[in-house]
Each structure stands twice: as C-alpha cells, then as structure tokens.
Design a protein around this ligand. Structure first.
Ligand SMILES: Nc1ncnc2c1ncn2[C@@H]1O[C@H](COP(=O)(O)OP(=O)(O)OP(=O)(O)O)[C@@H](O)[C@H]1O
Length: 315
C-alpha cells in the first residue's frame, strides 16, 4: 500500500512545559486506510493532529503528508487534506451553500461569485453530489442558524471535502452528537471514503467508532503504547479470547476437548475454552457432545483501552 502519512520520531515540547506533549512517535498510514489515534486526555492526540495538518510547529522529527514536508511544503499539504476540528466554525447568518462558497473562494479552489447561479458548473456539481451523500441536500440554501449539531457537522464535512482531499483529518468529529447522528455521520463518511479512496485519520473518545478502523494507535503520555489492527490490540492487551460451554455430560465434553487438543479450565459447572487463531464456529463445529450452555465474549476496543489506562496508572 502506498504510504500517505509518514511520521518519524515526532516530538513537541510546548514552551514553559516540563515534559514533551508528543515524545518521539513514529508511524505510517497507507493510502485509503482508516487510521485511529486514541488515548486518554492529555495524551498528545490534538497536538499530533495539529502538527500533521500544519497548524502547529514541531520541535523535532520528520512529517510528510502526501509526500510533502509539513513545514517546508505546508501549502501543498493543505491542498491535500481536509480537516474537521472539535469546534465548528460556521457563519450562522449565512446559508449552508454560502458558507461553502466563501470557504472554497478563500482557499482558492473556485473563484468567488456573488450568486450560486454564477458559480462554475464544477462547483455546483461537487456541492450537489456531496450534499446528497451527507444528507443535507434539502437544507443547502437555508441559514445555518436553524441547523442541529448533526447538520452542522455534516456541513463541515461537506465543506472539508470540496477540494477532493486525499486525507481527511477528524479530531473528535462526533463530540456532542447523539447516537443516531453519530451513526448516520459515520455511514456517510464510510461511503465517501470508499467512493473516493480517501484516507481517514481520526481521534475520538468514542471507542466504538474506532472498531471499524484498519489500524489503531493508542498513545499515552506522548508515546505510542500499542499500534495494530483492532484485533491485534485486543489480543495484545486482553490476551486470548474465550468462550464458556456447558453440557449435561461434562465428562464427555472434557474428553472431547482433550482429544481435540483444546485448552480449557473448569468454571462453575462449565468449561472456559480459550482460542487464538480459530473462530468459535470452527471449534464448535467439531464438537459432538450436546451443549446446554454457550457464551461467547467478543472483547471490545473499549475493554482493551481501559486495560491500557489501568496498566498506566499502576506504573
Ligand atoms: N498550547 C499549549 N501550551 C502548553 N501545553 C499544552 C498546550 N496544548 C496542549 N498542551 C499540553 O500538552 C499535552 C497534550 O495535550 P493534547 O491536547 O495534545 O492532548 P489530547 O490527547 O488531545 O487530549 P484530549 O483528549 O483532552 O483532547 C497536555 O499535557 C496538555 O496540557
């Protein structure tokens, strides 16, 4: 996979602070990848994303975005990225379309015209297409003042995608949105990502949003604690997966597991079976003893994250 984000030994120490906010992190993100940066408050996520998007200078290290150096070629970086920050920055007295028209003119994507009808055809086509995808088509010509939080977020996303960025940076994009607005926003983001083979770089405190990520990087105190696919991270932090099975003839079940060379421990008249590479179904399909109980526990990223935070507190 082509590398689109390259970070080597990145450090940031703010003036007058004793320790580095970002303390020597290195990672790469591939084109089209969905990459999530997670960590507790103050871990250095916003600092990192701000450096990657050229809004903050680094103290040390090398960062390249779409092949461009964040400091020497900042304007090229900006042309290739879309950014959604925590606090919406929309003009409430303008319509949704006027907000976008102003933005694209300021950034030199399309020339400014006083009326929508006078804007270039390519602009109209792009805005219509994106408004359809993010679901604010009917509100495009209404004032932002009356928009809900979810609609404002969608509008911001639309605005950040007007110039067809290769990478979309999202810093807690769904903060303050209710569960259904969060879900619909993610559906739209995934759709756009697929259609435009866009890379997504996300920070979030909603761990379930990162379950779908290709890779997750967890940072604590400015350093990378774990980096891998959600499955790898869960295995690394939570160990092997397990399920509980029971049968009226427990002895027969035990013998069967022994013959299948499957490890188990006895817990409350049932057996706890751990498995690594196999799926529960692969194991279950080999069993002949009738089961009376079956509980499969799917570990979540949230559990892995909490384990990491606890490990840190113990240190
Ligand atoms: N402008 C600043 N000046 C000095 N210290 C700062 C500044 N901005 C952030 N910090 C410190 O840098 C560290 C990392 O902060 P950062 O905002 O990057 O963390 P975060 O992981 O994004 O946290 P959160 O989840 O709360 O948004 C923190 O200790 C914070 O206090």
């Amino acid at each position: 996979m082509e590398t689109i984000i390259q970070v080597e030994n990145l450090k940031k120490k703010y003036k007058n602070s004793e320790r580095a906010a970002v303390d020597g992190i290195s990672f790469e993100v591939g084109k089209g990848e969905f990459f999530a940066l997670l960590g507790p408050n103050g871990a250095g996520k916003t600092t990192t994303i701000s450096i990657l998007t050229t809004t903050l200078s680094k103290t040390e290290g090398m960062v390249k975005i779409a092949g461009y150096d964040v400091e020497k070629e900042a304007s090229m970086v900006r042309q290739n990225v879309g950014i959604i920050f925590q606090n919406p920055s929309l003009d409430l007295d303008l319509t949704a379309e006027e907000n976008i028209r102003l933005h694209v003119s300021v950034y030199g994507v399309y020339p400014y015209r006083p009326f929508y009808s006078m804007m270039p055809a390519a602009y109209k086509q792009r805005i219509e297409e994106l408004a359809e995808i993010v679901g604010i088509h009917e509100n495009l010509f209404k004032k932002v003042k009356g928009f809900s939080g979810g609609m404002k977020r969608k509008l911001e996303i639309l605005r950040s995608l007007m110039h067809k960025p290769q990478i979309l940076f999202l810093d807690e994009p769904t903060q303050g949105l209710d569960a259904s607005a969060r879900q619909s926003l993610w559906a739209y983001l995934q759709k756009i990502r697929k259609e435009e083979n866009m890379t997504i770089f996300l920070t979030t405190h909603y761990l379930e949003e990162a379950e779908e990520a290709d890779r997750v990087c967890m940072v604590t105190k400015g350093k990378i604690a774990v980096l891998g696919t959600p499955d790898e991270i869960k295995r690394q932090l939570l160990g092997d997966r397990s399920m509980i099975i029971g049968a009226s003839d427990l002895t027969e079940l035990k013998e069967e597991l022994i013959s299948l060379q499957t490890d188990f421990t006895e817990v409350n008249d049932a057996l706890k079976v751990t498995y690594q590479e196999q799926t529960p179904q692969q194991l279950l399909s080999q069993l002949r003893t009738p089961l009376t109980r079956l509980e499969i526990h799917q570990p979540t990223l949230e559990e892995a994250y909490l384990e990491l935070v606890q490990q840190n507190e113990r240190e």
